[in-house]
Write a protein that binds this ligand. Structure first.
Ligand code: ADP
Ligand code: MG
Length: 303
């Protein structure tokens, strides 16, 4: 049986939907990551077509894909357990921040953020959006390569997974339209989250908007970017959970992210636009002047 193939070494993570183990592939000797997801008992039988789809979609891998998202190597399915086997990465961005002994260099921020944008641009080009971008879902390899993880593949394919509540679902990276109940999701959701992560990187791991509930989250956001109005955000009042806030004026970004250069601040500002359609795209962000002196070979486009 295939489960014999992977020898668990240790538990490395607990996410919203599953437990992740470091394991050894007995056939190849490689170290891998096993993500075990428990399926919902109410729905017996995972549609095998969906499973095939996961394998197939992961099968059409371009070299670019391997670079930007964590590779899915195998999928095992037994009764209520779905195991996804991924290439192993050393740590996630949250753990990286927690382990920092001093402040992060702004050159590292530039390289990491470029790689994050490259991953997003790739996904957005293929009409995939992440919807849950946060430091825990961004992995870093030994070589300093940054890869996107946790696309909630199972969720994306409609497999009934059980919420595994060890990880608190965080509001910190959610854009205002999602916080106000918008149901229409577009790539601009990820751009908002990415902007929050960009600022957090530049501040050596200090989150930009660490709100504790939806109202407080929105308040923190509007105190920085200014409260939107029907003029800056047409039809905002029609959002399902629209709430009125005091008319906060926009505050200077440089005060919240002091280590970031003026071009970095300009790029950040183009992400953190309340009106979803006003946000920059990942492609355009990669061409921004902030990256004009990018010299990290890892971060250079391969073609
Ligand atoms: P969930 O959907 O449950 O949030 P994730 O895929 O985000 O699951 O994994 C949970 C955690 O496990 C991550 O935050 C990360 O710390 C760790 N992890 C996940 N995949 C890998 C991997 N391929 N290599 C190393 N660590 C990983
Ligand atoms: Mg996760």
């Amino acid at each position: 049986m295939t489960s014999q193939r992977y020898e668990r070494v240790e538990k490395i993570g607990e996410g919203t939907y599953g437990t992740v183990f470091k394991a050894k592939d007995r056939e190849t000797g490689d170290i891998v990551a096993l993500k075990i997801v428990r399926l919902d008992e109410d729905d017996e039988g995972v549609p095998s077509a969906a499973l095939r789809e996961i394998c197939i979609s992961e099968g059409i891998e371009t070299s670019e894909h391997c670079q930007v998202t964590v590779r899915l190597l195998d999928v095992l399915h037994r009764s209520l357990r779905l195991t996804m086997v991924f290439e192993y990465c050393d740590q996630d961005l949250k753990k990286y921040f927690d382990s920092l002994a001093s402040v992060i260099s702004q050159k590292t921020v530039q390289s990491f953020y470029y790689q994050l944008l490259r991953g997003l641009a790739y996904c957005h080009r293929h009409n995939i959006f992440h919807r849950d971008l946060k430091p825990q879902n961004i992995l870093i390899s030994k070589k300093g390569e940054l890869k996107l993880a946790d696309f909630g593949l199972a969720r994306a394919f409609g497999i009934p997974v059980r919420i595994y509540s060890a990880e608190v679902v965080t509001l910190w990276y959610r854009p205002p339209e999602v916080l106000m109940g918008a149901q229409v999701y577009t790539t601009s959701i990820d751009i908002w989250s990415a902007g929050c992560i960009f600022a957090e990187m530049a501040n050596s791991g200090r989150p930009l908007f660490p709100g504790s509930d939806v109202d407080e989250q929105l308040k923190r956001i509007f105190k920085l970017v200014g409260t939107p109005t029907d003029r800056t955000w047409p039809n905002i009042v029609r959002l399902p959970e629209y709430k009125e806030f005091p008319p906060y004026p926009p505050a200077p970004f440089s005060a919240v992210v002091p280590p970031l250069s003026p071009t970095g601040i300009d790029l950040l500002r183009r992400h953190l636009v309340s009106y979803p359609k006003g946000r920059i795209t990942a492609e355009d962000a990669m061409r921004h002047e902030y990256f004009s002196d990018l010299d990290d070979p890892i971060a250079r486009p391969s073609n």
